[in-house]
Design a protein around this ligand. Sequence first.
Ligand code: RB5
Length: 147
Amino acid sequence: MKIGIAADHGGYSLKKTLHSFLVASGYEVVDFGAYELNDQDDYPDFVIPLAKAIVKKDVDRGIAVCGSGVGASVAANKVHGVRAALINDHFSAHQGVEDDNLNMLCLGGRVTGYAAAEELVEAFLHAKFTGLERHLRRLHKVQLLEK
Ligand code: RB5
């Protein structure tokens, strides 16, 4: 599975940790930046290219980190075809994929600790969309907003 990652300065440190964790876990990782810590950088500059790569299927799933995870999820969900959510608990990390076909996990680099973030990432990446009719029906109603 090919995983895209992105972060601004608020998520820079956690992204670095997750990059190593993903490589050690056997994933192919595409890093959309930031590539250096710059307190003046802006999360859309990294999150939007990652979101577009998900839609183009250049990567299978994405992980975006900003300070809180809020800005990253707001920005990513503007890109049609992206289903991003700020996740802080294990249940939502996998249920978001199983029911809602989540394709981008957003984390708060100033909120979630490294070990907890790794567990959320594992739950997100191991989960599969069930494809059940009721979930497809709900997603279809969301997709109509993208027309
Ligand atoms: C940047 O200081 C911070 O606002 C950003 O990383 C993020 O938390 C926005 O939601």
